[in-house]
Design a protein around this ligand. Structure first.
Ligand code: ADP
Ligand code: MG
Length: 291
């Protein structure tokens, strides 16, 4: 292993569960025997916390600003299961582009030949994807990642962000950009939520790679500063993340999604809105609605 390195970017709107999913995925991949590097590319810099007992690690941008030059052991830290953790960091709030951190981190990891030195099999980039700025598109545009997955719930804002991401992927797809692996449906706790994300995936010509339930096990693990894989390895939730890890380790063919035009997306959402209202009022049963 180590030669056919797989580079994956996880996008999604803020607070949707990217870091939770990424860290559990990294931990699960490590349990399957892969050598994993997780790169937190959110200016929040908390991507790898649950792999590190709840601890923050110094960011690439901060270390570079302080020292002018960085060594591998100043920016790469080993976490649970031997997962290597990096936080790109971000500019001071209100100053510059959030994408700066991603660009700098990628440059430094390349300069230090980290992937080769550490014989990495899988690199996971955890990227904030609801900022419509050029920086966020870097891993896609430059083809740094081969496969993009998006974390989305059934909430309209999450699907709106996913649809925006699809438009970005489509735009760069012909020029060698990253393609879409699929959607990780997160916080799925009601049948209608599954029906909504499934319908969205179908309409945008993509696939749901995993449905991840909303689970108190995630909160319990997070409060201990751990992933579910570490805190509750035999739980149902851990099995879901292991299933996701297996699918992603085997995944090799990504595709160009078909984002909806904004008017169509709004129309699609209001159709679902009417459907849910009718379900609530008992006018139609969820069975009749096909849920
Ligand atoms: P992001 O990285 O997208 O900003 P986080 O991964 O930090 O989002 O998740 C935000 C919050 O949602 C966290 O407190 C996390 O524990 C919680 N969360 C995410 N996914 C789930 C889930 N499947 N079940 C329960 N809580 C979840
Ligand atoms: Mg995060």
């Amino acid at each position: 292993m180590g030669k056919n390195i797989k580079q994956i970017a996880i996008y999604g709107k803020g607070g949707i569960g990217k870091s939770t999913t990424s860290s559990n995925l990294s931990a699960a991949l490590a349990r399957l025997g892969y050598r994993v590097l997780q790169v937190g590319c959110d200016p929040k810099s908390d991507s790898t916390n649950t792999l590190r007992g709840g601890q923050y690690i110094p960011t690439v941008l901060d270390t570079l600003r302080e020292k002018g030059k960085v060594a591998a052991n100043e920016i790469i830290f080993e976490g649970f299961g031997g997962v290597y953790c990096v936080e790109a960091g971000g500019p001071a709030p209100g100053v510059g582009c959030a994408g700066r951190g991603i660009i700098t981190a990628v440059e430094q990891l390349k300069r230090l030949q980290v992937f080769e030195e550490l014989k990495i099999d899988v690199v996971l980039y955890d990227v904030l994807g609801d900022v419509v700025c050029g920086g966020f598109a870097v891993p896609i545009r430059e083809g740094i990642a081969q496969h993009v997955f998006t974390v989305a719930s059934s909430d309209f804002m999450a699907l709106y962000a996913a649809n925006n991401l699809f438009a970005g992927i489509q735009k760069y797809s012909a020029a060698g950009g990253a393609l879409l692996g699929g959607v990780i449906a997160n916080s799925i706790s009601a049948p209608y939520a599954k029906a909504i994300v499934d319908d969205f995936a179908q309409k945008t010509k993509t696939k749901i790679i995993e449905h991840v339930p909303r689970s108190v096990t995630v909160s319990q693990a997070e409060l201990q500063g751990k992933t579910v894989i570490e805190a509750a390895p035999d739980s149902d939730q851990a099995r879901v993340y292991l299933s996701l890890a297996k699918k992603i380790s085997k995944h090799h063919k990504s595709t160009t999604p078909a984002p909806l035009a904004i008017a169509d997306l709004r129309e699609w959402a209001s159709k679902w809105g009417r459907e849910l209202l009718r379900m609530e009022s008992g006018e139609i049963s969820s069975q009749a609605a096909g849920i």
